[in-house]
Ligand binder design. Structure first.
Ligand SMILES: Cc1cc2nc3c(=O)[nH]c(=O)nc-3n(C[C@H](O)[C@H](O)[C@H](O)COP(=O)(O)OP(=O)(O)OC[C@H]3O[C@@H](n4cnc5c(N)ncnc54)[C@H](O)[C@@H]3O)c2cc1C
Length: 477
């Protein structure tokens, strides 16, 4: 290896941009390759009607690793705002404050729901879970055992069908562990009631951090700092091939506007989807690894932005729709995230519609989607999004990993095979097929760089230890 090991980082989302910065700061020669026209990935932002808008509702959660939070504060300075959370969730035909507050929940949720949930909890305390031993656990069985049928049927099950497109019993139990931060009534109460648990936890739920110029400002700041520290940033570079060099290291082949370009690397850090990575590797992966990689499914998402000619739509940052009666899962109003009142006289709404790549929702036109959303909002008691000035649609092919039962074996096969490719590391939300938040992927990036030795060697044992710690990440909404 040369004096200064050369690392090529694939993917310019937060994980890739963070890794490029941490590597450049340690003096490695770094190139960051991103196929899009800007950095940010799913956590990026773009300009619309004078606003900076995100790819769906994004917040930086105060529960983030303190060192990561400090680093971002250092990069963003006064642009990193702390804002109160002010959302609402549609539960059985009623609007309830979200994140949930005990008083609001008690007063505003339907009495039958509160009574049902209390009875389920009492039954559980008396009888235990009652789950027959030996049954394979699923998302449905884990949540039903922990929370009882009332909460599951009113909230988690319809939401799961909508967000992942699968029946709850078809979803792996792992999903309940990673995505549902409180999977028993006791855990929910501990999170809601300061006197029943950790009051710091309750406080953290009430606020979020948000950059003045949109969530994408986080990755933009990371990439800018990486370039300032010496990294090369290559936008519009879509990685198509990763060829093992006979002398060791990798040749990275990317399609760019100027044709094919190649980068030589002593080591590759990849944050692109694991499936994409496996498909680009040469020599090619064995057929069973390719099949397992292709079996790692992602849920896609269509984002519909409605520019409305009024100063504000509602006072809420986001409305959550767990029910299957409406097609969207969430509606956010970017103006209410930063609290920045410019431009005046209009606002933008962003509706999130989970779907499958190429299905009817994915292929629908903007006007048709806007019509459906307007109907859904009004049927939920919200104002008509009028006057409608402009409609913009963005499509995310890899919004959420789908944890269909059995995905664990497929991922393990891919992961095991990738682990045997010397000089190649896959991480980030797409690389580890994890539901993780942005701050989690930054922890992954920092860990990857910390496992790298100054001479370009890699501490695999330490990485394995860090990987086990990533499994404890719990996703925040
Ligand atoms: C609707 C929605 C809401 C979310 N809300 C929040 C939130 O409130 N808070 C939070 O912390 N997180 C949130 N997240 C999660 C957050 O978006 C991710 O944690 C974050 O984007 C992960 O960063 P990453 O770099 O690992 O992956 P990504 O952001 O997916 O980045 C991967 C990058 O790889 C690039 N790429 C792919 N293929 C290639 C190729 N062949 N060549 C070159 N580049 C390639 C992509 O263009 C992309 O830029 C949300 C996600 C979604 C979908």
């Amino acid at each position: 290896m040369s004096e200064r090991p050369r690392i090529v980082v694939l993917g310019g989302g937060p994980a890739g941009a963070g890794a490029a910065l941490f590597l450049a700061e340690r003096g490695f020669a770094v190139d960051l390759l991103e196929r899009g026209p800007s950095v940010g990935g799913n956590a990026g932002s773009f300009d619309l009607a004078g606003f900076r808008v995100d790819f769906g509702s994004h917040r930086l959660h105060p529960r983030a690793d303190p060192a990561i939070l400090d680093r971002l504060r250092g990069l963003l300075g006064g642009d990193l705002l702390t804002r109160p959370r002010h959302g609402r969730i549609r539960l059985l035909g009623r609007w309830i404050h979200f994140p949930l507050r005990p008083v609001d929940l008690a007063l505003r949720s339907p009495r039958s729901f509160a009574l049902g949930a209390a009875l389920d909890a009492a039954r559980k305390a008396l009888r235990g879970t009652g789950r027959p031993a030996g049954d394979e656990e699923t998302f449905a069985s884990v949540l039903e055992a922990g929370l009882g049928p009332t909460i599951c049927r009113a909230f988690y099950f319809p939401y799961a069908r909508k967000i992942w497109g699968l029946a709850p019993a078809e979803i792996s139990a792992e999903q309940a562990r990673r995505r549902v931060s409180a999977s028993s009534v006791g855990a929910i109460l501990r999170r809601l009631l300061p006197f029943a648990g950790d009051s710091r936890e309750a406080g953290l739920k009430k606020v979020f951090h948000y950059p003045r110029r949109g969530f994408g400002q986080i990755t933009e700041a990371l990439a800018e700092a990486a370039v300032a520290a010496g990294a090369g940033l290559h936008l519009g570079a879509e990685v198509r091939g990763l060829e093992r060099r006979p002398e060791g290291g990798w040749e990275v082949v990317a399609a760019t506007a100027d044709g094919e370009r190649r980068w030589s690397a002593d080591r590759v850090f990849s944050t692109v989807p694991a499936r994409v990575l496996v498909e680009t590797l040469r020599p090619a992966a064995p057929a069973e690894v390719l099949a397992a990689a292709r079996g790692l499914e992602s849920r896609a998402m269509v984002l519909v932005y409605l520019v409305v000619g009024r100063p504000r739509y509602t006072e809420y940052d986001a409305h959550y729709f767990p029910g299957e009666d409406v097609p969207l899962t969430r509606l956010s109003e970017p103006r209410n995230y930063s609290g920045v009142a410019e431009p005046e006289g209009r606002t933008v709404l962003c509706a999130e519609l989970p779907c499958a790549l190429g299905d009817e929702v994915w292929s629908a036109g903007g006007d048709e989607l806007a019509r459906r959303i307007a109907g859904a909002l009004q049927s939920s008691g919200l104002p008509a999004p009028e006057p409608l000035v402009e409609v913009e649609v963005r499509r995310l092919p890899h919004a959420y990993p789908i944890y269909r039962r059995g995905f664990e074996e497929r991922f393990a096969r891919v992961d095991g095979w990738l682990a045997g490719r010397e000089g190649l590391l896959s991480f980030g939300r797409q690389g580890l097929f994890a539901h993780d938040n942005t701050h989690h992927t930054l922890v992954m990036a920092r860990s990857a760089v910390e496992c790298l030795r100054d001479n370009g060697g890699f501490d695999h044992e330490e990485w394995a230890r860090r990987r086990r710690a990533f499994e404890e990440h719990v996703v925040e909404d």
